[in-house]
Design a binder for this molecule. Structure first.
Ligand SMILES: Cc1cc2nc3c(=O)[nH]c(=O)nc-3n(C[C@H](O)[C@H](O)[C@H](O)COP(=O)(O)OP(=O)(O)OC[C@H]3O[C@@H](n4cnc5c(N)ncnc54)[C@H](O)[C@@H]3O)c2cc1C
Length: 116
């Protein structure tokens, strides 16, 4: 019964800062960034693992075609394909997720490094 419950002492309270980061582009020559090294999404959407797995799946499909069919031009598509997906997710966190989050609004920071 709820009235029988004894409250314990709260031993720790902290607020985790929500932040977002998107690295563009996700390719530098033959280096391809996948998962959290290329994006950070707030934990409230529980999408981090799915986004990371989608990066791997996309790169796997592209590499398969590169090695089996010699279609090297597909390598250039990896970064835009992933970025379309990640920005959709970031927009989801910004727009749909905010009412549930009583913390200050967070905005994704776009990080870029010089093109090769
Ligand atoms: C507490 C918590 C709860 C989460 N809950 C969810 C959830 O409910 N749903 C969801 O979708 N996502 C969730 N996530 C996010 C999800 O775990 C991550 O987005 C996902 O694991 C990212 O995968 P990744 O492969 O990019 O990176 P990681 O899983 O971090 O894998 C990187 C690996 O590289 C290894 N490594 C690092 N440096 C080196 C090195 N120099 N040499 C060799 N290996 C190295 C690390 O040990 C690690 O095993 C959660 C994350 C946390 C922290």
């Amino acid at each position: 019964m709820p009235e029988d419950l004894v409250n314990g002492t709260s031993i720790e309270k902290s607020i985790a800062l929500l932040r977002s980061l998107v690295v563009e582009p996700r390719q530098y020559g033959h280096l391809f960034l996948v998962g959290v090294v290329a994006h950070i999404v707030p934990p409230t959407g529980a999408k981090g693992l799915n986004l990371a797995a989608s990066d791997v799946s996309t790169l796997y499909c592209i590499l398969l075609k590169v090695y089996r069919e010699g279609r090297r031009e597909l390598l250039e598509r990896y970064s835009p394909m992933c970025l379309r997906r990640i920005w959709k997710a970031e927009r989801f966190f910004l727009v749909d997720d905010q009412p549930a989050a009583p913390l200050p609004r967070h905005r994704p920071v776009r990080s870029a490094y010089p093109a090769q």
